[in-house]
Design a protein around this ligand. Structure first.
Ligand code: NAP
Length: 267
């Protein structure tokens, strides 16, 4: 009888943007599964406590290393990868989670604003993939998961820059997966729907505990763990036959309400 292997024990993973939200959940989940996790955000004061909590937790079998790193800065990303390899002796998994947005009509977005969103989401992912890919190729393979969004699959008003960036991440994933297949590197993408995080609360201008009530949205609002479980599957041996794919996780439809449509989050 065949038993699927969803394990990551003993592996080393980098998770970018892990001081809160989805990235924090991914780091906690992989560490609970026995992976050593190197996590970053722009501020050590914010990402350091996440690593400390993982290291102090009885549930986490893996260790955590916190590094201050802005993913828009190529040199800093290369140093982050080097530090991870020095600390844990290798690199098996990269999760390019750091990303973000602001909502605005296309005509109101300055060139700088548009570029900033492309730089954070697309170039942050490019820097991570190129820096980690070099190590993975030398070591005989690895797994990469990039964070897209349903906004990269379907248009939504106010999301021209973010949607462009996330659509770019999907095509980047597909393309590099074909180029690196012979190097033993699998590259996949996750496209979440609405997930309750501090970042989303800030974008919507509401308190993070105060998301739109479930009865007002036409799909269940996700939690970080919903996305973390999917990421763990994609980097595990159970997904060995998958590369270049984008997996959508957006909850079960709740017909009859237009709140998500009003927020441009209906897809
Ligand atoms: N939540 C959703 O509904 C949703 C839906 C679809 C896709 N996504 C995607 O999922 C990812 C995580 O979203 P989230 O909602 O969890 O976001 P979030 O709550 O805003 O958290 C973003 C994380 O990224 C870090 N970060 C931001 N800019 C960074 C930079 N330049 N360099 C390094 N780290 C940086 C932040 O840390 P610091 O502020 O400490 O630097 C924080 O840890 C993003 O790529 C987002 O686009 C989210």
């Amino acid at each position: 009888m065949h038993t699927p292997d969803f394990g990551v024990a003993g592996e080393t993973a980098i998770v970018t943007g892990a001081s809160q939200g989805i990235g924090k959940s991914i780091a906690e989940t992989l560490a609970a599964g026995g992976a050593n996790v190197a996590i970053c955000s722009r501020e050590m004061d914010r990402v350091g406590p996440v690593a400390e909590a993982i290291n102090d937790s009885d549930e986490a079998e893996g260790e955590a290393l916190a590094v201050e790193c802005n993913v828009r800065d190529r040199e800093a990303v290369e140093e982050f990868v080097e530090e991870t390899v020095e600390e844990f002796g290798g690199l098996d998994i990269l999760v390019n989670n750091a990303g973000g947005e602001f909502v605005a009509p296309f005509e109101d977005i300055s060139a700088n604003g548009f570029e900033a969103i492309l730089e954070l989401n697309v170039m942050g992912t490019v820097h991570g993939m190129q820096a980690a890919g070099e190590v993975m190729r030398e070591n005989g393979g690895g797994r990469i998961v990039n964070m897209a969004s349903v906004n990269g699959q379907h248009p939504a008003p106010g999301e021209s820059h973010y949607g462009t960036a996330k659509a770019g991440i999907i095509r980047l994933t597909e393309t590099v997966a074909t180029e690196w297949a012979d190097d033993g590197i699998r590259v996949n993408c996750v496209a979440p729907g609405l997930v309750q995080t501090p970042g989303v609360a800030e974008t919507l201008g509401i308190d993070s505990e105060d998301m739109p009530p479930r009865e007002q949205v036409d799909r269940r609002i996700g939690h970080g763990e919903d996305i973390a479980d999917l990421v763990q599957f994609l980097v595990s041996p159970a997904a060995a036959f998958m590369t270049g794919e984008t997996v959508t996780a957006k909850g079960v439809p709740r017909p009859g309400n237009s709140m998500e449509h009003d927020l441009g989050l209906q897809n």
